[in-house]
Write a protein that binds this ligand. Structure first.
Ligand SMILES: Cc1ncc(C[n+]2csc(CCOP(=O)(O)OP(=O)(O)O)c2C)c(N)n1
Ligand SMILES: [Mg+2]
Length: 575
């Protein structure tokens, strides 16, 4: 087996169904070998999309997604997506090419020192220097990506390790020239010895096997103390975040455990939809007020970062329980009364087994439900406000009705997406993807690609700000070529509204925040997809239904919706 085949064998042993890539001479043998192994190779138009896609498949399947990119600029293009995955605790393996080992540091094409570039954004960098190390390094990478706090891992594979031995030896041989001088002969000797080292041990058989990954578990003491605290509490509250779903296959069990606990729950990030569309314990609005009122808050897989206002709404007197795989995350900004360092989903399951049936607390739940209903009524009133173009609140009310029960929503944008997050009801566990704490615009196309492949039978809606769409529109080409029927709904407010809103108010100038009513649907058509524009509210519903039909027939589609200005997000600011 050449090096590419060795890597592909390890991918197959880990059950990797898809390899996301943008090609380059440095990684060709890997792409060819992966295809030969029956792994679907999905090539995209920007390396960032490949990594975003790998991230999305990881989040939905729980097993690391895999992307392969070429050396140098191929790798530098992945940095934002890698950082996003790291901060979202998403396990993925990035395979990167590199210049031939003998030419590194000698001015070879795309040759840069890749370790210092990648190291801050990944859990592990493995720079492979011998062919026999390729498989073990990749096996180690898979385990590292999932271990503890999940995250991305980088494996560097120089091109001369990937091609077959005969070709590489011949290449080194030719590079040595035919000169007769002592330096010439010395060079040939050096290159021969170098090639011997590269291929040492390759005649021995190698078996690719996946390593067992240990689920990090909080101590039994923490479970007991948390169970006692919850049982005593009068106004307990649960906040469940993405990391509680790190074991994607446990989602259904986690949902059951939450229902059994009987404690009101807020779901954030990837945990949205965990309790289905309308569960009586699931609160959607006024989380801040609920946190202020609660005497026992359990944060499961969610840290006190900006999304929780740094924890400052949780009472000092409340018992704060933090279940998190990361010790640091568990005490970010607020020291918990009980720290359960381990998998948060598994922790809740054990907690539910201890606590038994929930204690009721109808007054507390009733109070929260009433506030939720009030906010829903307010949203209805706002949805009814008619304008010249489409009211985004009304758009998401309509989309919530029209989207299928198995719909997966990918969110990429500013105000448009924040509005969606209040109104759309994700239907099932792992049916909502947003970038996470890095707040990265541009995740949409890659996420949609990865999610569509992880959930091939689901309807895939990409909720896209017009600004955000610009980063990934070219992936409509990838959607078309690979038959990925994404339905993109572009909220076209001709601007970067989330930024403009505050900039104009505080600084009285919209400079840099203005876009045009660009014909994004025509761009999609140019790539061979279907495209519709909705300028008037009357055309909204039938167009969304038509888009569903197009997607059901296997074609991607973009709906470019002209939005009215709205004050729905007035006053909200993220820092
Ligand atoms: C990579 C990146 N660049 C810039 C930003 C800053 N930013 C946050 S929201 C936003 C506006 C997004 O505009 P759009 O996608 O059109 O959504 P809208 O707010 O208009 O609904 C910008 C520029 C960011 N979060 N990420
Ligand atoms: Mg916009």
């Amino acid at each position: 087996m050449n090096g590419g085949e060795r890597l592909a064998a390890v991918l197959a042993a880990h059950g990797v169904p898809v390899l996301f890539t943008l090609c380059g001479g440095h990684i060709s043998p890997l792409l060819v070998a992966a295809k030969a192994r029956g792994i679907r190779v999905v090539d995209v138009r920007d390396e960032a999309s490949a990594v975003f896609a790998a991230d999305a498949t990881a989040r939905l399947s729980g097993t690391p997604g895999v992307a392969a990119v070429t050396a140098g600029p191929g790798l530098t293009n992945t940095i934002t997506a890698l950082k996003n995955a790291q901060l979202a605790h998403s396990p993925l393996v990035l395979l990167g090419g590199a210049a031939p080992t003998a030419l590194q540091g000698r001015g070879a094409l795309q040759d840069i020192d890749q370790r210092p570039l990648m190291a801050p954004h990944v859990k592990l960098v493995r720079q492979v220097r011998r062919v026999t190390d390729l498989g073990p390094a990749l096996t180690e990478a898979f385990a590292a990506a999932r271990d503890g706090v999940p995250g991305p891992v980088f494996v560097e594979c120089p091109v001369d390790l990937l091609y077959d031995e005969a070709s590489i030896r011949q290449w080194y041989d030719e590079a040595g020239g035919r000169g007769k001088s002592v330096p010439d002969r010395l060079l040939r000797w050096y290159l021969k010895r170098h090639a011997d080292r590269l291929f040492a041990g390759t005649d021995l058989p190698e078996v690719a096997r996946a390593n067992e990954v240990r689920l990090p578990q909080a101590g039994e003491g923490a479970v007991g103390r948390a169970a006692n605290a919850l049982a005593r509490a009068e106004r307990p509250l649960l906040v469940v975040g993405s990391q509680a779903l790190a074991q994607a296959s446990n989602a259904a069990r986690l949902a059951e455990a939450l229902a059994r606990l009987g404690v009101p729950v807020y779901l954030s990030g990837m945990a949205r939809g965990l309790l289905g569309r309308d569960h009586p314990l699931h609160m959607r609005h006024a989380r801040r007020e609920a946190l202020r009122a609660s005497d026992c808050v359990l944060l499961a897989g969610v840290a006190c970062d900006f999304r929780l206002d740094y924890g400052r709404h949780i009472r000092r007197s409340a018992t704060l329980i933090a279940a998190n795989r990361g010790a640091r995350e568990s005490r970010l900004n607020r020291r918990p009364s009980i720290a359960a360092v381990g998998d948060a989903g598994e922790f809740i399951e054990r907690l539910a087994a201890r606590v038994g049936e929930g204690a009721g607390r109808p007054d507390w739940i009733g109070e929260l439900r009433a506030r939720d209903a009030e906010r829903e009524a307010d949203i209805d009133a706002r949805a009814a406000q008619a304008g010249e173009h489409v009211n985004p609140v009304a758009l998401f009310r309509a989309l919530d009705q029209i989207a299928a029960d198995d719909a997966v929503f990918v969110a990429d944008g500013g105000d448009f997406v924040a509005t969606a997050s209040y109104i759309l009801h994700p239907r099932s566990p792992l049916s909502w993807l947003d970038p996470g704490v890095f707040g990265t615009l541009g995740v949409g196309a890659g996420f949609a690609l990865g999610a569509a492949l992880a959930r091939p039978t689901s309807e895939l809606w990409l909720v896209w700000g017009d600004g955000a769409s610009g980063y990934g529109l070219a992936e409509f080409d990838s959607f078309v070529r690979h038959g990925i029927p994404v339905i993109a709904v572009v909220g076209n407010d001709a601007g970067w509204a989330q930024i403009a809103r505050e900039q104009v108010k505080l600084l009285n100038d919209d400079v840099g925040t203005v876009l045009a009513r660009t014909a994004y649907h025509e761009v999609a058509r140019g790539f061979g997809a279907e495209g519709f524009v909705v300028e008037h509210p009357r055309d909204l519903e039938w167009t969304l239904r038509r888009a569903k039909e197009v997607a059901a027939s296997g074609r991607p589609v973009l709906v470019n919706v002209w939005l009215d200005k709205t004050d729905f997000r007035e006053g909200s600011i993220s820092m």
